[in-house]
Design a protein around this ligand. Structure first.
Ligand code: NAD
Ligand code: USQ
Length: 390
């Protein structure tokens, strides 16, 4: 299969590109490197040093003999997207290329507008390139479990059967997300659903939970092949952060009561899920939705698990939640579609957490302590870091 990975320089895009390449697919990666730019803006950096995308591709060729094509450009540039899709002629497009941090989208108005413009316009350009050039291309789009929010009923995979005034229908599952970032994913989902109906596109929306881990079978082959590992209060995700905080001797920063429940998965399962979705494409005209996570935990359970596993002292700290989210809530989400197609999950085991401690210890001197705590509060419309109103 010819597979184009959009966002191929990112935390998940790069390991996915290597995994698919190793599995025998012809892979191209595309990126505009804006994720590296956010690091400059925030004064943060990946804990693990990362090579340039050009160097990664060169080392991949040296180590495995496998070639990857590279497209450098911005998905919000419609001509770039059209040219790339027309030239590479993919069977599948894996779309990771979005601004993916909820806190970044809540910094202030400018960051909310940027996030929604980047994500929604980029995805629309991908939709149009597929519709015009080859509607047979399967779009595998990364969505988010956070699109659903935390309703007081079970979360189904994309659709809900509803009976109303004696009539029944199967309708898109209601979405109540908790940030302008998560809302951008909801807008994408609606746009893709409409494009499937209107242009006959085939698409899979992967509502992914929070990913943890830093190594895959491919990233460990050479230091140049490592993927990024974020720990800062804006881009670092919760379990990765807790592991880093434990090693540093920083309190494990649980927001609120830590009773928020979330779906999580190992980075090695992310790449496998993409393979499964790509090799089992949606039908023409079908907007298929998979909930992509393997286990559910409360945030406090995750912190306690990390504290228990870390061989040294680790202290769990509860602090006021800077986000607008339910502090205590019902949570049960269905995730059978990927399991039915053959996913065998890596469950969160002490071994994985311990292996993360090893990587973190190696690079802990690179940490900037000033960016560990989050500076973003959901309820403020302006961020003191970005305005002169201190
Ligand atoms: P990331 O920020 O590390 O990677 C995204 C990549 O896309 C970056 O390299 C960035 O430069 C690129 N990009 C962004 N906008 C672009 C544009 N307009 N044109 C070209 N390239 C652009 O993020 P990630 O953690 O790898 O996440 C990838 C995707 O998976 C995102 O869509 C995210 O929403 C989704 N996701 C991530 C997680 C997680 O825990 N990391 C969980 C669920 C869903
Ligand atoms: N949290 C803490 N302490 C921290 C960091 C986070 O208690 O130090 C809490 C947050 O309040 C939240 C939960 O942990 O309740 C998850 O936060 P997160 O930053 O790990 O994840 P989130 O903002 O939801 O976003 C991440 C990715 C995003 C993806 C999403 C999947 O950045 O791209 O879409 O996970 S999901 O959560 O399923 O929507």
């Amino acid at each position: 299969m010819r597979i184009l990975v959009l966002g191929g320089d990112g935390y998940l895009g790069w390991p996915t590109a290597m995994y698919l390449s190793k599995k025998g697919h012809d892979v191209a990666v595309a990126d505009n490197f804006v994720r590296r730019q956010y690091d400059f803006e925030l004064g943060a950096e990946s804990l693990v040093p990362i090579a340039s995308l050009q160097q990664r591709i060169k080392t991949w060729k040296d180590v495995t003999g496998l070639h990857m094509d590279l497209y450098v450009g911005d998905l919000t540039d419609a001509r770039f997207v059209h040219r790339m899709v027309g030239e590479f002629k993919p069977d599948t497009i894996v779309h990771y290329a979005e601004q993916r941090s909820a806190p970044y989208s809540m910094i202030d108005q400018e960051h909310a507008v940027y996030t929604q413009t980047n994500n929604v316009v980029g995805t629309l350009n991908v939709i149009y390139a597929i519709a015009e050039l080859n509607p047979n291309i399967h779009l595998v789009k990364l969505g988010s479990m956070g699109e659903y929010g935390t309703p007081n009923i079970d979360i189904e995979e994309g659709y809900l059967e509803i009976e109303h005034n004696g009539r029944k229908d199967i309708l898109p599952y209601p979405k109540q997300p908790g940030s302008f970032y998560h809302l951008s994913k909801v807008h994408d989902s609606h746009n893709i659903l409409f494009a499937c109906k209107n242009f006959g596109l085939r698409a899979t929306d992967l509502n992914q939970g929070i990913v943890y881990g830093v190594q895959t079978d491919e990233t460990v082959l050479h230091p140049d092949l490592a993927t990024r590992f974020d720990y800062d209060g804006i881009f670092g995700t919760v379990l990765n952060r807790f592991c880093i905080e434990a090693v540093l001797g920083h309190p494990l920063t649980v927001y609120g009561l830590g009773e928020q429940r979330r779906g999580i998965l190992d980075i090695r399962d992310t790449v496998r899920c993409i393979e499964i979705a790509s090799e089992n494409p949606a039908q023409a005209g079908e907007f298929r939705v998979f909930n992509q996570f393997t286990e559910e935990f409360s945030i406090k359970e995750l912190a306690e698990l990390v504290a228990k596993t870390y061989p040294g002292e680790a202290h769990v700290e509860l602090s006021e939640d800077p986000r607008t989210e339910e502090l205590t809530h019902y949570y049960r989400a269905i995730n059978t579609n990927l399991l039915d197609l053959g996913l065998v999950p890596h469950l969160l085991s002490d071994t994985l957490i311990e292996s993360m401690f090893g990587v973190i210890e190696k690079y802990q001197s690179r940490v900037n302590w000033d960016v560990i705590r989050t500076s973003v509060n959901w309820r403020r419309t302006r961020n003191p870091l970005y305005s002169n109103e201190k």
